[in-house]
Design a protein around this ligand. Structure first.
Ligand code: ADP
Ligand code: MG
Length: 240
């Protein structure tokens, strides 16, 4: 579904992605871990072209990422993104947050968009909150709305960038449970997270990044029980 081939990116003198090669199959769940500053967010952001790359190629569903115009807008709808900070529209209701994209981009009629949105809000357990504004919801509820909003675009892949890092601890599980059920249903997902329980349970593959490079990729059980690189062993010893 996604291929990254020899991808390099700099921020000025900082070489933030170093010859990254990554293939994500349809229905695969890839968890990306690594120290702060290793390039995890940048990697995610290149996949929906929130960031451009200097060299290399990225394809989605076999096609190179478009650079601009309508094709780029379409790409953004095909690659969902869920951020640490929820990023809901503060002045729109929960229902409007979920229907906006489908009405504007997928050209659904309001009635059809609302019907779909309510079904998605039910799926993530927040349908009763549909007429409230984001600030009236808990962090865990807001993040579940953000997931419903991403799903409403019928994306080919969803990128999650530390989706539970800003949550109070008691709300982490309700979000991870929604993500785990999406994973089981076959959604293609890239998840940057420090939640190793989720990685063990839901990931098909763990990608360990350090200093802008993919240092190691493995199936979760192998990675956690026997990481092959010193960097990964060191990282795991600090977080587990
Ligand atoms: P991670 O998500 O793994 O913590 P990031 O991808 O956010 O890492 O950042 C990788 C490196 O790139 C860091 O050193 C960070 O400071 C730098 N960086 C990220 N975004 C920018 C930017 N817009 N301009 C300049 N440097 C950036
Ligand atoms: Mg980050």
């Amino acid at each position: 579904m996604v291929t990254m081939t020899s991808v390099n990116k700099h921020y000025g003198a900082l070489h933030v992605l170093r010859d990254v090669n990554l293939t994500i199959g349809a229905g695969e769940v890839v968890v990306v871990i690594g120290p702060s500053g290793s390039g995890k967010s940048t990697l995610c952001r290149t996949i929906n072209r929130l960031e451009t790359i200097d060299t290399g190629t990225i394809t989605l569903d076999g096609k190179p990422l478009p650079a601009e115009g309508k094709a780029l807008a379409n790409l953004r709808s095909e690659v969902g993104m869920v951020f640490q900070s929820f990023n809901l529209f503060a002045h729109k209701t929960i229902l409007e947050n979920v229907t906006l994209g489908p009405i504007k981009v997928r050209k659904l009629k309001r009635e059809a968009a609302e019907k779909e949105a309510i079904a998605l809000l039910e799926r993530v357990g927040v349908a009763t909150q549909k007429d409230k504004y984001p600030a009236q919801l808990s962090g865990g509820q807001q993040q579940r709305v953000a997931i419903a909003r991403a799903l409403a675009m019928k994306p080919k892949v969803i990128l999650f960038d530390e989706p539970t890092s800003a949550l109070d601890p008691e709300m982490v599980n309700e979000v991870l449970e929604v993500m785990t059920s999406l994973a089981k249903e076959g959604m293609t997902m890239v998840v940057v997270t420090h939640e190793m329980g989720f990685a063990r349970k839901a990931a098909d593959r763990v990608v360990f990044m350090a200093d802008g490079q993919i240092v190691e990729e493995a199936e979760p059980n192998a990675f956690f029980t026997n990481p092959s690189s010193e960097r990964a062993r060191d990282f795991l010893s600090k977080i587990l």
